[in-house]
Write a protein that binds this ligand. Sequence first.
Ligand code: SF4
Length: 66
Amino acid sequence: MKVRIDKSACVGNARCWAVSEELFPLDDDGYIQVEEFDVPPGMEELARRGARACPERVIEIVEDDA
Ligand code: SF4
């Protein structure tokens, strides 16, 4: 599973970070710091929850074999 984030559309409300500080680190200004990464094994549900938590819908989940 991969996560893709449209950083330019992030509004910096830290909802994703509140779900997982590890998966969704923020920069010094409070905006999402990462753009694309592989989800570590066992963290898939956290990644999905983080994506759902983003009111701007800028976090996209890319399932394997999709
Ligand atoms: S929840 Fe969405 S808008 Fe808010 S900081 Fe995370 S990526 Fe940005």
